[in-house]
Ligand binder design. Structure first.
Ligand SMILES: [Zn+2]
Length: 307
């Protein structure tokens, strides 16, 4: 009997000390709480150590313009629904009825929306997962979609192009964004992990920029940004950020992780590109573009170096 008890006791002690199997963000790691922080996610799931991981830093001057990245077609994005918002211990998530779809934008087929969730910093500080030329935005929205023929995400994740995530950045603005009132007001009811509440009716169109401002985006192939880190995601990152006031951004820091600590810094650090190419749509700006334009104008005017 003792032979059985000792290893079991050691195993449970090991779990207590290392938090094995329990992944966490860097902000949650402390000597008292030694959970699996992002560098150790591959211990929990080997896929997290893969070569096509997300998020990434987009270096705009290294992106390649792709004419196939035409405008998206959003269907039923205007449709209002009564969703449930939940603190799942890592983020806030809202399940979406599978009726809103996205196609075009260089996607191989139609994808239907499944859920959306957010990643943020501390009190409106840096908190996005993706960065653009090293800039980390205060928050990032992920609207998770799966190929239209699937009925659950687990199955979709078995397909290397089964999932399409639309990523949106936020920026601090001087005035509050009323379209976000249903979400921001619900946060106080779900401060504790596993807390959930019903939202006043919202639509997906309501929480993203107007369609005409969605023509500039980046595209690459990557993974889920939480364990299991499955590499089945076609990523789209829109250039135009969503404005929220500082108070609205700060409201997310009032949420709590399972241990009661503030839910802040809910982002995975950027991962190596490992030779992947990032594409940009026709409208997406690159930092060097104004310089190139000046050179072009100068050469037309005959102001370039004399021959
Ligand atoms: Zn996410």
């Amino acid at each position: 009997m003792q032979q059985l008890i000792v290893p079991a006791l050691l195993a449970s002690l090991w779990t207590l000390c290392t938090g094995a199997g329990d992944w966490c963000y860097q902000s949650q790691f402390s000597c008292d709480h030694q959970c699996n922080a992002p560098e150790k996610w591959d211990h929990a799931n080997s896929k997290c150590g893969g070569r096509n991981q997300s998020p990434i830093n987009v270096v705009t001057r290294k992106t390649v313009k792709d004419e196939r990245l035409k405008d998206f077609k959003f269907e039923n994005y205007q449709e209002s629904f009564r969703g449930t918002i939940k603190n799942n211990g890592h983020s806030v998530q809202v399940g979406v009825p599978h009726v809103s779809t996205v196609s075009g934008g260089g996607l191989p087929t139609t994808y239907k929306a499944v859920q959306f969730h957010l990643h943020w910093g501390k009190n409106g500080g840096p908190g996005s997962e993706h960065t653009i030329d090293g800039e980390q935005y205060p928050m990032e929205l992920h609207i998770v979609h799966m190929k239209h023929q699937y009925t659950d995400l687990t199955t979709a994740l078995l397909d290397s192009e089964g999932v399409a995530v639309l990523g949106f950045f936020y920026e601090a603005s001087n005035s509050g964004n009323k379209k976000y009132d249903p979400i921001v007001n619900a946060l106080k009811s779900i401060q504790d992990t596993n807390g959930n509440t019903s939202l006043l009716p919202i639509s997906l169109a309501q929480i993203i920029p107007p369609e005409q401002n969605l023509t500039s985006f980046y595209r690459y192939k990557g993974s889920l940004t939480t364990p299991g880190c499955t590499e089945s995601v076609i990523w789209t990152l829109f250039e135009n950020p969503i404005p929220l006031s500082m108070d609205q951004l700060r409201a997310f820091s009032e949420l709590k992780f399972k241990d009661g600590k503030s839910m802040v810094g809910t982002f995975r650090p950027v991962q190596p590109l490992n030779g992947r190419q990032v594409y940009r749509s026709g409208g997406a700006a690159i930092l060097a573009s104004s310089t190139l334009l000046m050179v072009a104008i100068a050469s037309v005017l005959g102001l370039s170096e004399p021959n």
